[in-house]
Design a protein around this ligand. Structure first.
Ligand SMILES: [Zn+2]
Length: 65
């Protein structure tokens, strides 16, 4: 459990280092945000997972909807 949290923080740190990436499509700087997404399991129930997503003008509406 503690290990999972640590690796997630490492991911965020890594994402923060790479935050000055510009999107070649919209020309805006990509921002890395933590998003909660619903994932359907094989049993048919939903489970929420945290993901780090790169957001720019191309997908910000999808991510923040
Ligand atoms: Zn873009």
């Amino acid at each position: 459990m503690a290990r999972k949290v640590t690796s997630f923080r490492d991911k965020l740190k890594k994402a923060a280092k790479e935050k000055h990436i510009k999107c070649p499509v919209c020309g805006r700087e990509k921002k890395f945000v933590k998003a909660i997404r619903a994932r359907r399991t094989q049993k048919g129930s939903y489970r929420y997972v945290e993901e780090v997503v790169a957001v720019c003008g191309c997908n910000e509406k999808d991510v923040f909807a």
